[in-house]
Write a protein that binds this ligand. Structure first.
Ligand code: ADP
Length: 436
């Protein structure tokens, strides 16, 4: 019923009371003895309390206070709890030391930063890659890594992105920089040397760009001769007309693939250097409407809902290819009499370009892969309608250049909605010249 501390105290009280009664019976000093007993008992409690208080304040677990009964049990329980806590703290310390020693072996630079970007600790590789020294702990990272791109990246706080820089602390190598926020506004800065990986990717990019460029001229010559043969009347026409036509179609397809590969290489290139301008998207979409209506040859119903005052800070030619790719896809993957709606509008999240069709739709499992190069859901249909399999890869890269995202919503047999979402900082509200 009682805790063991209380039981101990009760046993002590009952035993001493028995002794007291025996003493009173012998001496007949009942009142005096009882008063003396009570005074002594209270004094004993106060003395034990004082000892206990001192013991707790002193914080030493080993030296127990000279107490008995309830107080000795309490002392024992508190010291047991304290020992368990210390054991836990030792374990935590061991774990954190273990983590630190492991992170010391990681070849990437890892730096822990506080809320104001002061360095808290760093691993051994940080000394090599970022040239950090012991005495830099407590200093602001911006004062030690002064690369403008890095300072901008830290300030921008868009930590879901990775920064790629080509020199760090005077070393001309390629590094990927990543900041991961953790625990109460702290940050982990991770810098990885990706020179070899980057060079390999660059070799691949250069190869595709060079091969496409080299193929362009011979193909133009072949196409020229083919056109001449098709246009020249003569005996050969009877026998070769279908073959010549087929050759012309195939060379058109090759040309489209080469042009798309070149556009993709340009978009991927680090040296992509078009000037950002205020693109008159409404005017661009008016011209595009004429082109897609020709492509559709009257087989689809179009409706365009365009905010005439909404323009965009960006790159005109690449944006045109995004809009054209999405609307021409809607034409190519929507059967005759289908509806295609094009919307250009803005809201508090930014500007949005949407193309909705009620065409064949796309099964859910294909959607995440649509922007991969040469990924097609139905290769035969794509080829038959003049597709290269590169349209949505181009869309993705151009949108990345504009910090924009592509969102695809589709149901098989019901249709699709492709939405391009541009960030607020790219939006320009300006009356079109035609609207003035
Ligand atoms: P393609 O030249 O083959 O059209 P894209 O990269 O433009 O290549 O598109 C990739 C694939 O996505 C297409 O092959 C097609 O299967 C699918 N797709 C794209 N747009 C649509 C759409 N509006 N409706 C249905 N499927 C589409």
């Amino acid at each position: 019923m009682f805790s063991s501390g209380v039981t101990r105290e009760l046993t002590w009280v009952i035993t001493t009371l028995w002794l007291l009664l025996f003493f009173c019976w012998l001496t007949d000093w009942w009142v005096e003895s009882l008063i003396a007993y009570l005074v002594l008992y209270i004094f004993r409690q106060l003395w034990s309390m004082r000892k206990f208080e001192k013991w707790i304040e002193g914080g030493t677990v080993k030296a127990f206070p000279p107490a008995s009964g309830f107080w000795s049990q309490l002392t024992y329980l508190v010291s047991r709890k304290q020992r368990a806590l210390e054991k836990h703290a030792d374990l935590q310390l061991y774990k954190s030391e273990q983590f630190k020693s492991a992170s010391m072996l990681i070849p990437d630079a890892i730096v822990s930063l506080d809320q104001e970007n002061h360095i808290e600790w760093f691993n051994a590789s940080s000394a090599k890659i970022l040239e950090l020294r012991r005495q830099d702990v407590g200093r602001k990272i911006e004062g030690l890594i002064r690369q403008p791109e890095f300072i901008h990246y830290l300030k921008d706080e868009q930590y879901q992105d990775t920064l790629t820089i080509h020199s760090l602390q005077g070393v001309q190598r390629t590094f990927s920089v990543r900041v991961i926020p953790y625990f109460d506004s702290h940050k982990l800065l991770i810098v990885k040397d990706i020179t070899e990986l980057y060079n390999l990717a660059q070799i691949r990019r250069d190869f595709i760009a060079n091969a496409s460029h080299e193929l362009r001229t011979p193909l133009t010559v072949l196409k020229g001769y083919l056109e001449a043969m098709i246009d020249t009347p003569g005996e050969h026409q009877k026998m070769w007309a279908p073959a010549l036509q087929n050759m012309q179609n195939q060379s058109d397809r090759m040309q489209a693939i080469i042009e798309d590969l070149l556009t993709l290489s340009k978009m991927e290139s680090e040296t992509f250097s078009s000037e950002v301008e205020v693109v008159d998207v409404p005017a661009m979409l008016t011209r595009l409407r004429v082109e897609v209506e020709q492509l559709s040859q009257g087989q689809h119903q179009f409706s365009f809902h365009i905010d005439q005052d909404l323009k965009l800070k960006g790159y005109a030619e690449p944006l045109k290819s995004v809009f054209m790719n999405l609307v021409s896809n809607a034409v190519r993957y929507t059967p005759e009499q289908g509806r295609i709606e094009v919307r250009w509008f803005s809201d508090s999240d930014g500007a949005h370009f949407e193309v909705e069709d009620n065409g064949i739709g796309i099964a859910k499992e294909h959607i995440p892969r649509l922007t991969e190069r040469f990924y097609r859901v139905d290769t035969a249909r794509s080829r038959a309608t003049g597709g290269t399999g590169l349209g949505l890869a181009i869309v993705k890269h151009v949108l990345e250049r504009h910090q924009a995202t592509l969102h695809v919503d589709s149901l098989i047999g019901r249709g699709s909605i492709f939405s391009c979402n541009f960030p607020v900082q790219r939006v320009v509200h300006q009356r079109s010249d035609s609207a003035l």
